[in-house]
Unconditional design. Structure first.
Length: 55
């Protein structure tokens, strides 16, 4: 049987040395990116219906 491969969690991807090097070369501040992603997650959660199974 083949192995099942999943994407790593975002937190793990953001700690990857290659990702960090690319972010640094692009001028991306890791703290600002984490804050932006956290805000986006909160907005998405607030916009979702409370009982999504009834849709």
């Amino acid at each position: 049987m083949g192995q099942f491969h999943c994407e790593p969690p975002l937190s793990q991807m953001l700690e990857d040395p290659l990702t960090r090097a690319l972010m640094e070369s692009d001028g991306v501040d890791p703290r600002e990116l984490r804050e932006l992603l956290s805000e986006a997650r909160q907005r998405i959660a607030a916009a979702e219906p409370t009982d999504w199974r009834r849709r």
